[in-house]
Design a protein around this ligand. Sequence first.
Ligand SMILES: *Cc1c(COP(=O)(O)O)cnc(C)c1O
Length: 376
Amino acid sequence: MLTKTKIYLSSPHMGGSEQKFVNEAFATNWIAPLGPNVNGFEADIKKYLGNNHHVAALSSGTSAIHLALQLLDVCKGDEVLCQSFTFSASANPIIYQGATPVFIDSESDTWNMSPELLEIAIKDRIEKYKKPKAIIAVHLYGMPYKANEINSIARKYNIPVVEDSAEALGSTYYNQKCGSLSDAGILSFNGNKIITTSGGGALVVKTQELKDKAVFLSTQARDNAPHYEHSSIGFNYRMSNVLAGIGRGQMEVLDDRVQARRNNFEFYKKNLSHFDGIKFLEEPDNFYSNRWITCIETESFEIREKIRLELLKDDIESRPLWKPMHMQPIFKDYLHFTNGTSENLFDKGLCLPSGSNLSQDDLDRILNNITNTLKL
Ligand SMILES: *Cc1c(COP(=O)(O)O)cnc(C)c1O
């Protein structure tokens, strides 16, 4: 019998010219956290997002969130409101800063931060003389959050928004690119994201001055002097010129990657939505998701687990949706404003294999497996 290959949830997918840019880095000996690929990659992202934005290429999405909080002067004792339904990397930098997270639940139309709960939380914190220093909202699985609503609440109370767009490069909201919708946007190029540099990230800000400050902090905060002089604490967060070469190649194929992932979503939806109790997250009008991961919501925890374990037997990777931060052992004692949405999704939801390099045979194999389970 032919041995079947493992199918991953989301694996890297090179376009072809990555190697050329990496070879250039070797040929010119730019093997450092600066060089032509770093500048070129930043220029590519800036062009993609719109030229009124400024981009700093960094070592990870997590470091981008950390620097965003630095730029917003989030300090020890400050409170930061953060979407609870997300990956822990959205919230960890709050702790790095010695600040305190307050978690906000999602709404069912986008699975992202509920604008209603956000405002309730802000009012509560202001009443208790704890006005939040920042808001971290997340475009989870590529679906944009309600940026108009979130931004207008943020403006009303004068609180800046950090836009965690780690999963949403290529998504748009009213024709504006995700990552460019707030005071500080962050992107990730980790190995599982829609495009990758193996590991990497970027911070997107509104002024050259803020970008310069982010780059300064990301390269150990060296003052202008012939020796090493420091008047602030720096980080080693800049992107390597070798990895930025991979990023330049990946930017050439970003649109194709979005299309391929959207096609995966359409395939699953077309072939599974006739089963009672299998639900897909639809795009509200003017929301365009890159469909980084196709997720289904099943009828119960038991059915979700049955599907997941049957897939596993056939060497197909799937995964429950993100476990909300307010349920995580490390964060459960922090204040949270919840409505049951993310707990329900964690209970019943499943991420299906969604790589842009899945073949039709792979998709058919996944579909047959799920269909057999649901017919039982
Ligand atoms: C991947 C991810 C991050 C972190 O990005 P890294 O590049 O892995 O550090 C942050 N937030 C979300 C929602 C993510 O999915």
